[in-house]
Write a protein that binds this ligand. Structure first.
Ligand SMILES: O=P(O)(O)OC[C@H]1O[C@H](OP(=O)(O)OP(=O)(O)O)[C@H](O)[C@@H]1O
Ligand SMILES: [Mg+2]
Length: 189
């Protein structure tokens, strides 16, 4: 839990409990097991936010797969995508002719996912799909497929289960909505 902060000053309300997220992982894991049977996919975790969801989801996938990570960042410490995506840490694996499954915590504007899909397709992958814990459609401004997702969310800034604010609160064992005044305080700084 958060140390040194009263979490009730930060979180307006909870959206998804640990059980809710486990249910998402079981449901998605079953579907992915079916869809990727025998394909030995390369599962790519989108650092940093996806790590919590990735570990729970992949343990529900009864299919042989390899694991890699890609860190592309566009939000810095804010609430708005800068729109300028950069590769912070690249993949280790060669994706040529591989079935690649990108794991994300959230797809918001879609810019990060589109960048990752285009990058991996451009390197000759056989297929590139995405499984996201959350799908936030309100601010989507690029055309990108979210092939699998746990749940849709409204246009609210969420933290927890990997999702951060100022690189904090990722470790909350649930997904909650940030209090508007927390955002306001930061924006007015
Ligand atoms: O659809 P978009 O508007 O691009 O937003 C979604 C992306 O933004 C966040 O990552 P961020 O760049 O904050 O890095 P992080 O995963 O390290 O928190 C989130 O984890 C997604 O990767
Ligand atoms: Mg991210």
């Amino acid at each position: 839990m958060v140390k040194g902060d009263n979490i009730n000053d930060i979180i307006d309300h909870k959206l998804f409990s640990e059980d809710d997220i486990h249910e998402m992982c079981v449901r998605l894991g079953k579907q992915l097991t079916e869809d990727y049977a025998g394909k030995k996919p390369l599962v790519v975790g989108a650092l940093k936010g996806a790590i919590y969801f990735l570990t729970d989801l992949t343990r529900q996938m009864d299919v042989a797969h390899q694991l890699d990570f890609l860190d592309v960042s566009s939000y810095g410490d804010g609430f708005e995508s800068t729109g300028k995506i950069k590769v912070v840490t690249d993949l280790a694996a060669d994706v040529k002719d591989r079935d690649v499954l990108i794991i994300e915590d959230i797809v918001d504007t879609g810019l990060t996912l589109k960048f990752m899909k285009d990058l991996i397709k451009g390197r000759g992958a056989k297929s590139v799909k995405c499984c996201a814990m959350l799908n936030k459609e309100a601010r989507r401004n690029v055309d990108v497929d979210i092939d699998y997702y746990g749940s849709k969310v409204g246009n609210e800034f969420v933290v927890g289960y990997g999702l951060d604010f100022l690189n904090m609160y990722r470790n909350l064992p649930y997904v909650g909505v940030l209090k508007p005044e927390v955002i306001q305080k930061y924006v007015n700084k």
